[in-house]
Design a protein around this ligand. Sequence first.
Ligand code: GLU
Length: 321
Amino acid sequence: MIRGRFAPTPSGDCHIGNARTALLSWLQIRQAGGEFVLRIEDIDQSRCKPSYAEQMIDDLLWLGIDWDEGPGTGGPYAPYEQSKRTIKYQAAFDQLNNNGWLYPCFCRRKDLKALANAPHGLSSEGPAYPGFCRYLTSNERKTKAKEKDPSYRFAMPDKPVAFVDGIMGEQHYAARAGGDFVVRRADGFIGYQLAVVVDDADMHMTDILRGADLLDSTPRQILLYQALEWPVPRFTHVPLLYGPDGRRLSKRHGTAVTLHNIRQAGVKPESVVGILAFISGLIDRPEPVKAKELILEFDLSKIPQSPVVLSHKMLQNLSNS
Ligand code: GLU
């Protein structure tokens, strides 16, 4: 069975970029006759609010996107909110730790900041962690543990990672690109990379479609799947949205970037879906269309690889009914 998901972090209003990712992952799964899941990624409770999650759910339904399993709907892999799944993360953490994939790291943020001039590991990030704590002796660990609670890092194996992305094509990453990453923070919180792998594996996801800002997370997630001996899903990353000035789409481009404002302006869901489908190469003109009318049109090969620019005209159409 083909299974996919939309996994938003409820830390703000649903952005037009989130709406596009949701639409495309929903179309991919609905076209394949698969099962679609909504998962709320609220693991970082300091950034997330239940009211944003409620609004997100309402916005998705308004757009015409539905799901077979999710918060409220329930399903065989409930709960579908990360904040309620801590036991599963801890079990995967223990499995990795018992098999020697993790090590405690006592470095402080300020020490790592001093590395700012070191060569970057991955294009989307700062300097790679150079592995200071990876080879500490057990005595050194004991001494350091008296001063500070450690975070835990994944010890990346010395092998390159490659995968074929559904839109971006072949991707190659050098061995240890990005450096050993944190899977559990010093305050005990499980990091995004491990939580998302645990959830996607536990929920039997076969196809992950998400924004290209997460492309560089994929090699790490593949290594986690392999270390946990779980099957690796297919990955597809959709290009990011930019404003008419060529900058990443954000509040600076006016009010028409959140569904909340778009809806308040009285714009119809079909108009939003039409613009999203047009910029994704699924239809020839940005004309109103219902989400379900696109199921047959959906084709990954039509989606451009390059970043997508929203024109002034499109932004205007999203701010007036
Ligand atoms: N929760 C992540 C976000 O909203 C997406 C995670 C994923 O799709 O893997 O950016």
